[in-house]
Design a protein around this ligand. Structure first.
Ligand SMILES: Cc1cc2nc3c(=O)[nH]c(=O)nc-3n(C[C@H](O)[C@H](O)[C@H](O)COP(=O)(O)OP(=O)(O)OC[C@H]3O[C@@H](n4cnc5c(N)ncnc54)[C@H](O)[C@@H]3O)c2cc1C
Length: 568
């Protein structure tokens, strides 16, 4: 079994997207690195050959080791011994395997021991890993925190930390506190500068921290005494080996049991500033969280894929009334809908990741030389698209993972409720995706300005302006009609001229935008490869039409009167 080759046509489709040529050329600085590193590619084809080798390796390890280990990881889970986290033995074996296979530091530059893969290729790998075991995916995926040190740390910090991450040391992102969850401006953990020693010390508590006993921590802390908002927060790097980090407990959770979620007490923990003071939340954590949100969106797609696969296989083997249950319309409707949602959320995932990639490429280029005015404009547009699409793919992708996990259990009937079946774990694992890295409600808050400013409408116009084969033209017309309903709904919401009405209707507007965007992107994928995506497109357009029509009706029937006594 191989989780890349058994889904290769779909994953290869995203690897071969026309924009990938540009992304890879920029990542490889015009393929100039081959002179310095004999393993660096000399052109696009060679780069893709290299990516595919790694994807095949990951696919094999995931199918042969990570997925088969998932049940044991889940049952044993991590334990706390003498204030330190000890992973489940199977988790440790997984990590050792990935380290040995050189699968750490995927997107870090070669000079820091990394593979220098573009973000989109990292996402392809994460998609496969999450399908095998979302909990392990968390531990492995936290290597992405190194990007923050790469982007905002000093060169000396980059040289000190990044090769360690490429060699397999783990990371954590310590933001949440008991009184600061969605509202990170309220973070209180105290950072004090010691003039004598010329370094910072951290004191306070963080909770719900994934992999809280990591080797290297990124910690958001209050460095400006007397400040009360985000402008008093800075980002720090803390090393476990320097002491001062105590794990008080590992949480007992509903799912992702293999991923330790910790309460941490910082007691005079020696820390160093990452970047500039006061910019912790405003700049660095925003960037860190955008990366992490894309990571959770990927985890969601991996889970949605796993749920679809489990449902498909079970429905083809389970017999009732003398035939396989896949032959019953209510069952194949569920399975087909799962596939349609999966394909649509994956189209959105890779569109987002290409924009994040391009935006990052321009940022890196700007650090090397001034951008031309044309490049500056392009850079701004890619950054805006990345910012606008990230909260959509995180929020809707995670909701879709939950829908697929729910249907997967349903297809299994009573067996789906039993621990013996993978789907029971998927159901519990999927539940966290719409909560951590910003709940779906917070994704709506982040996205809504792109709806009211007309940016999503602009994006939709751009996506819809493609040529499609004749067979898909009726679907394009139906999507165009949905887009019009979406635009009318925004007009109606804005006509109230009332912030509270907008807040109340924003989730519906957000979902309308998301489903229109996913339908338009799936149309583009189907236009490029009809055989691969047309069946899902047909089903997804019908689903999206129903959702858009339902929400449009709600918006049309809404009056500001409804806000009054909303809790009664
Ligand atoms: C398993 C797990 C792993 C985690 N890993 C990490 C980690 O590695 N690092 C880390 O820093 N944190 C981590 N977290 C914390 C996680 O990011 C937070 O739990 C999450 O952001 C929500 O915060 P909260 O739990 O305080 O909920 P609250 O913020 O109290 O939210 C409660 C409810 O109110 C809603 N709400 C709150 N504010 C608003 C608003 N302004 N508008 C609309 N609705 C709102 C929320 O959507 C939610 O429905 C993890 C959590 C879990 C459960």
């Amino acid at each position: 079994m191989n989780y890349y080759t058994d889904n290769k046509k779909v994953l290869r489709h995203y690897l071969s997207h026309p924009l990938m040529k540009r992304i890879v050329a920029m990542q490889e600085r015009g393929y100039t690195q081959a002179a310095q590193y004999n393993y660096a590619p000399v052109d696009f084809d060679e780069a893709v050959e290299g990516y595919e080798k790694v994807l095949e390796l990951v696919g094999e390890l995931c199918a042969e080791v990570i997925a088969p280990n998932a049940m044991e990881v889940e049952k044993e889970g991590p334990v706390l011994q003498d204030g330190r986290v000890v992973y489940a033995p199977a988790t440790q074996r997984n990590l050792d395997l990935f380290r040995k296979a050189g699968l750490m530091g995927i997107s870090l530059p070669r000079e820091y021991g990394g593979l220098n893969f573009p973000r989109t290729v990292f996402i392809l790998i994460e998609d496969i890993v999450s399908r095998a075991d979302a909990a392990f995916g968390n531990l492995w995926g936290l290597q992405d925190c190194a990007e923050t040190i790469h982007s905002f740390g000093s060169e000396e910090q980059r040289r000190r930390y990044l090769p360690r991450i490429s060699a397999g040391e783990t990371m954590s992102m310590d933001l949440t506190e008991p009184d600061a969850g969605s509202d990170l401006q309220s973070v209180r953990l105290k950072a004090t500068y010691s003039e004598e020693e010329g370094c910072w010390y951290l004191d306070g508590v963080k909770r719900f921290i994934t992999n809280g006993d990591a080797d290297v921590h990124l910690v958001l802390a209050r460095s400006e005494e007397g400040s009360v908002d985000g402008r008093g927060l800075s980002l720090f790097i803390v090393e476990k080996e320097c002491g001062g980090i105590h794990i008080r407990r590992i949480e007992e959770k509903m799912g992702i049991h293999g991923s330790p979620t910790c309460e941490i007490v910082f007691k005079h923990a020696r820390a160093e500033l990452c970047g500039s003071r006061r910019m912790g939340l405003i700049k660095y954590v925003m960037a860190l969280m955008n990366g992490a949100r894309l990571g959770i969106a990927t985890q969601s797609v991996g889970l949605a894929q796993a749920a679809y696969n489990e449902a498909y296989t079970f429905a083809h083997s389970r017999k009732q009334f003398g035939k396989e249950i896949i032959n019953f319309a209510p069952v194949y409707e569920m399975v087909g809908t799962m596939k349609a949602r999966l394909d649509a959320s994956r189209s959105l995932l890779y569109e987002t990741s290409r924009n994040v990639d391009m935006s990052g490429q321009f940022t890196a280029l700007a650090a090397e030389r001034p951008l031309t005015p044309e490049e500056r404009n392009e850079s701004k547009l890619f950054a805006k698209k990345a910012d606008a699409l990230t909260p959509i793919v995180k929020g809707i992708g995670s909701e879709i993972a939950n829908l697929n996990a729910y249907d997967c259990v349903q297809v299994h009937g009573g067996s789906g409720y039993m621990r013996d079946y993978v789907c029971e774990r998927l159901y519990r694992d999927a539940r966290i995706t719409s909560i951590y890295e910003g709940t779906t409600q917070l994704q709506v808050v982040a996205a809504i300005r792109y709806a009211t400013s007309g940016f999503y409408s602009q994006l939709l116009d751009e996506y819809m302006a493609i040529d499609v084969p004749e067979a898909l033209a009726p679907l394009r017309d139906r999507i165009a009609a949905m887009v019009e309903r979406y635009k009318s709904a925004i007009e109606r919401v804005q006509s109230f001229g009332c912030q509270e009405s907008l807040d109340l209707l924003s989730r519906r507007i957000y979902e309308m935008a998301a489903y229109c965007i996913m339908a338009a992107l799936l149309l583009a994928d189907a236009a490029a490869d009809e055989e691969l995506f047309a069946a899902s497109l047909h089903r997804f357009v019908a689903l999206a039409e129903a959702l858009v029509a339902g929400h449009a009706t709600y918006v049309a029937g809404y009056t500001p009167e409804m806000i009054k006594n909303y809790d009664k």
